[in-house]
Design a binder for this molecule. Sequence first.
Ligand code: AMP
Length: 528
Amino acid sequence: MSKLIGIDLGTTNSCAAVMEGGESVIIPNESGGRTTPSVVAFTKNGDRLIGQAAKRQAVVNPDRTISSIKRKMGSDYRVTIDGKAYTPQEISAMILQKLKSDASDYLGEEVTDAVITVPAYFTDAQRQATKDAGTIAGLNVQRIINEPTAAALAYGINKEEPQKIMVYDLGGGTFDVSVLDINSGIIEVLATAGNNRLGGDDFDDALVEYIIDDLKRQYKINARKDISVLSRLKEAAENAKIELSSLTAATINLPFLAQSKDGPINYEITITRAKFEELTSHLVRQTMDPVRQALSDAGLSPASISKVLMVGGSSRIPAVQEAVRNFMGKEPFKGINPDECVAMGASLQGGVLSGQVTGLLLLDVTPLSLGIETVGGVFSKIINRNTTLPVKKSEIYTTATSFQTTVDVKVFQGERQMTRDNRLLGEFHLKGIRRAMRGVPQIEVTFEIDTNGIVHVTAQDLGTGKSQDITITASSNLSQSEIDRAVYEARMYEEQDKKRREEAQSKERRRKEKNQNHDDDFVDGDLH
Ligand code: AMP
């Protein structure tokens, strides 16, 4: 196995780490940053930008810049650029490819293997999509692990005393809470809950809404109509939000923001922390529901949790920390870097897989219940939420009508009693059931979830021994041929990118030769 890297594929930022000398080390990107914005852009002249370069030009190129693609993973959403439709997996693969290439440069050898993290609340389709993104990027995804588990791994490795901890992870686009049990090298997830549509972006949006109202009141303009104004507002709102984590007021200054009847608008507004807290208090409150849920699923009270780990950039918001402090009755633990610990945990898990790290065992759980549809659209659970992985479980079902020779096995994921309220993961038919009165045939349905949280289902007619099994590919996921095509395209780009890089390098060499110059060291470092 080549070097295995741990990747935190975040909504807003991504981060990679590797085990070096028994320690997890963050891999800097080509510009030295420890995290890389999860942003992809297509410039008008056909270049593809990823990371900081893409984020930097987002304001001037908003309709060809893609951010927060993680929110679309596992859905059939497509981004169309110049007539080509990209899946969320392909866009994510571009980010992964950049992390892979930066890591290969840093390590001086080709990186091919990775452990990638996902929010604990990700459904099967979302996990599968993440794995596919890795494959498209040319990575062997050795394991998909939950982000809070990775954070706990980064933290828990040195801990000796048995304890229960909570991981409160508020990132850019997702929120997760996990309750974990740490006991002599074993980290067990007792419960997870969350909301994969809640994160720092919503705090930015609340501020943007406030500014839009203010612009309307002061200048009678509708900022919603202008995408480049909106992009500037969004960027300014995020910066103000970050400032408000350490200051009590932040000033937003946007010269020439838009045109009003009386000329250009040079917009300025000061937001106090109190105002920001008022605008976002509902979001902070919303994070408390999954906290309650996770505790109740784990059968624990706030008092039995010894530490609350704060993870994700948005956990730095003072009102968030205060809400956690009030609810849990203890000071949130901030001893680990909220932006880096997930990638570090993923690389530690990589170390376990490659044998570099010993004495550490990871037990993960299913985030949602799984089962099949029975008569009348009733959801029959086979594996309950929060069951430790890997798991295999079977139930016996029978036919609903007499002389029925086929059954439809519809696999659902969710917590609601009726299947229409849950998510359909996939379906298949079991044919050739022996003709009999209803209720006689015995059909055994077996669910198996592997350590990545990916589901395999088998149905067998115990009378005839006939069986049918599927590897679930939810309708939103990609087929093998689609993955193959995307892998091929990504490779083509890799070649093109490499060629571009080589061209740039030889251009630089020529320049150096011409100048016969003295700045060799600097130029070499810069071109890497
Ligand atoms: P993550 O997905 O963990 O990288 O978190 C990114 C989110 O954290 C984005 O919404 C950032 O705006 C937000 N964030 C980063 N630093 C801070 C900070 N100091 N205060 C508030 N939010 C922050």
